[in-house]
Design a binder for this molecule. Structure first.
Ligand SMILES: CCCCC/C=C\C/C=C\CCCCCCCC(=O)SCCNC(=O)CCNC(=O)[C@H](O)C(C)(C)COP(=O)(O)OP(=O)(O)OC[C@H]1O[C@@H](n2cnc3c(N)ncnc32)[C@H](O)[C@@H]1OP(=O)(O)O
Length: 215
């Protein structure tokens, strides 16, 4: 496995947004503590989470885009790139996406503990389906990146089975099912904390980017 983000990261990465905050609910905190306990024997790893991508410094991000996304790069305003931030990490604490992910290398699983705040409402009192899709994509995407590095979502298929109550804590469980060449197949479900309610099921296909191809 590649080394996890650590002290070699530039300063603007240093605020890890996946650590407990006063805005977290009791359920969120409890699950964080339970997973941190599982990390003690090394079977699970806590994944830090930052506001910026790993390529945020301007010269790195330009080089990345030119290498991996040459077609898109022609349409990207490089000045605006300096303002870019990760979509899920830009709400005030407790109002948007609060989440923390853990990884089990033996089982090839990423679990995300997620609490969707009041700014993510869709139907009254319920989480917006796009917010659920975003967090599923982020969870399965993390699993794909850990396995193969630079990947993009090619397909995400979601069945919304029950509405997710706004401001409730859910568990997003993802499983790397198979890798075939550049294709990674990852399945996922979203459950209540007591595991009694299955809210959502999803399957996904990620493609490892090939810098030789003009995507
Ligand atoms: C090391 C510790 C790390 C810890 C984690 C740290 C940090 C994590 C930080 C952040 C995680 C955040 C994760 C967020 C994830 C968010 C991801 C996204 O949202 S990506 C944005 C949405 N996606 C796109 O915009 C992609 C658009 N599409 C493309 O660019 C291209 O189609 C492509 C997906 C790149 C594939 O193009 P390419 O030319 O490279 O491949 P091919 O077309 O030749 O296809 C290859 C192969 O796959 C099959 N394929 C492709 N697409 C599909 C599809 N939709 N359905 C089925 N099959 C598909 C295609 O047929 C080919 O198959 P074969 O080779 O058998 O012919």
């Amino acid at each position: 496995m590649r080394p996890l983000a650590g002290s070699y990261l530039p300063e603007f990465f240093h605020e890890d947004h996946s650590l407990p905050k006063p805005s977290w609910s009791k359920d969120m905190r409890l699950l964080f503590d339970q997973f941190m306990k599982k990390c003690e024997d090394g079977s699970w790893i806590h994944l830090p989470s930052y506001n910026y991508t790993l390529f945020q410094r301007s010269q790195d991000i330009s080089a990345f885009i030119h290498a991996y996304l040459p077609t898109a790069s022609k349409l990207i305003n490089e000045e605006k790139l300096l303002q870019a931030k990760i979509f899920t990490r830009n709400f005030e604490d407790g109002l948007g996406f609060e989440y923390v992910m853990f990884y089990n290398d033996v089982e090839k699983r990423v679990v995300c503990v997620f609490e969707g705040g009041p700014y993510l409402q869709g139907m009254p009192g319920c989480l917006h389906g796009g917010a659920i899709a975003t967090m599923i994509d982020a969870t399965v995407g993390t699993s794909a990146m850990i396995a193969e590095g630079i990947v993009m979502t090619a397909n995400l298929n979601i069945n919304f089975k029950r509405p997710v109550p706004l401001c409730s804590v859910v568990l997003i469980n993802s499983q790397l099912d198979k890798i075939e060449g550049r294709k990674l197949f990852i399945s996922c479900n979203v459950q209540s904390v007591d595991e009694k309610t299955l809210y959502t099921e999803a399957t996904s296909l990620f493609i490892k980017l090939d810098p030789e191809k003009q995507v």
